[in-house]
Design a protein around this ligand. Sequence first.
Ligand SMILES: [Zn+2]
Length: 280
Amino acid sequence: MKIGELVKQHIKDIFSNCEIAEHDEIYHLLDYKDSKNMFGVNYPFCTELENIEQSESKRYWTEIYIVRSKRVRVTSQWFEKSRESFLKYIESKGISVENNLENSTNNEHKALSPFKNNSNSRYRGAAIGNSQNLFIRNILSNLGQESFTENDWNLTKDYFLYKCAYCALEAELLIEHAIPINKEKLGEHKLGNVVPSCKTCNSRKAGKDFREFLGDDTAAIEKIEQYMDSRNYVPLEDNEQIKMILNMAYKEVGFLAERYVTIINELFSHSINNYKQPNE
Ligand SMILES: [Zn+2]
């Protein structure tokens, strides 16, 4: 399959991931530099319609997608050298690459795959990676007795003097998880792991751990670590047992989602075939 086709087949999945992603994933895809880093392409992965200049229009596919209330078109400027990084990206988002099976001659498997671009499919786009990630988030967010309340959020902002915990900017503050909530990092939605962040840091940090994101800024790292200690937040990050359990849950949700999507698609492929019988 050509790289362009490969990308096209996963656009919907990539955007549905943006809809549910914890961080503002879409801003990376809209950003020229981030897109270059992620995929090695010379255009942003996608651009909002109003920002596409007439002369650049031919560098984007014509389909319009709505993601996070933005109307965007995706760049068509893909070359083979980006294949590996593109596959890595979708894999990291839990998006299945089963579409590749379309090239195979194994028709039996094809018929069962819910991901094929089949006009008979009732189920649009493979949100299966999303359901897996959501499930993991749900588990991690509900560990322990206490929940994170409005009052906790106010106290947290107060502790950080109403500034971004990463860059100390006084700006509109978003809820940020210093250790991200996913099956690799095992962050939790709990007092101690929630910190205030400006929009820019929130978007740049994405799925990184706060230490990885802050790098040389040891003062900011220490401040967050002190904050975690002061709230008795003990990160799960080294807990191999939890990691193993969450990996099992992740796989199982994937199988479950795929099974039901397949059943639904089979149902509709039959009813459409019946519907097509000539009677007019
Ligand atoms: Zn910031």
